[in-house]
Design a binder for this molecule. Structure first.
Ligand code: HEC
Length: 190
């Protein structure tokens, strides 16, 4: 009888002990190397580097690989400056236009529509953008189109941080290719 009481007592106490475990502390750790990093973490302090950081700050004046600085701020005046100074560094070759199309469909078509007419899905709820085939957009220089994509204009948000510089130029060629049938029609040629 006594033994039965002890066994019952243990059976009742054991789960309770289990419940009082402190969940804010690590308990049994199995193979801690699997989840605790052995090397220094990227953002952890580090006594071995000159600035005390594991991921050291790049030397002053460093330029990321493939990056070319752009010396134009936002605003219409800067856009006009870009219109005069900047030239599209790419030829309108087939692969350039193909990439421009992919990037345009990805980053612009939801507002501007895949044909550039300003009839994208977002345009139903957002102020409708002007047609990129209209005379006004046709009259914008390549550098200005590039500037508008980079810094935005009026209600249009800036896309410089999302669309790679090369892709922005390729989009400019693609917009021209969308415009060219309209241009031809305007000149009265078939
Ligand atoms: C969130 C919707 C939206 C997105 C995304 C967007 N635009 Fe726009 N875009 C607009 C609106 C709205 C305007 C009119 C801006 C204004 O002047 O107020 C505009 C204006 C423009 C203009 C000037 C047209 C003119 O005749 O003045 C160009 C060029 C242009 N966008 C190109 C692009 C390109 C290229 C992309 C993709 C990289 C893009 N936009 C992405 C909404 C958008």
């Amino acid at each position: 009888m006594k033994r039965l009481l002890v066994v019952t007592g243990v059976l009742v106490a054991a789960p309770q002990l289990g419940c009082e475990r402190d969940v804010s502390q690590p308990n049994l750790e199995y193979a801690p190397d699997m989840y605790g990093s052995v090397p220094y973490d990227s953002f952890a302090p580090n006594p071995n580097t000159r600035d005390g950081k594991t991921l050291m700050a790049p030397a002053q004046g460093s330029i990321p690989r493939g990056y070319s600085p752009l010396h134009y701020g936002p605003g219409p005046q800067e856009a006009s400056r870009a219109a005069v100074d900047l030239k599209n560094p790419f030829e309108a070759s087939e692969p350039v236009l193909a990439r421009g199309k992919v990037a345009f469909n990805r980053y612009c078509s939801h507002c501007h529509g895949s044909g550039g007419l300003g009839d994208g899905l977002v345009a139903a709820r957002f102020p409708r953008p002007p047609s990129l085939l209209a005379e006004h957009a046709q009259g914008l220089a390549d550098g200005q189109l590039f500037h508008i994509i980079t810094h935005g204009q009026g209600l249009m948000p800036a896309h410089g941080s999302q669309v790679a510089q090369e892709d922005r130029w390729k989009i400019v060629h693609y917009i021209r290719s969308l415009q060219s049938p309209a241009r031809t029609a305007q000149k009265g040629t078939p």
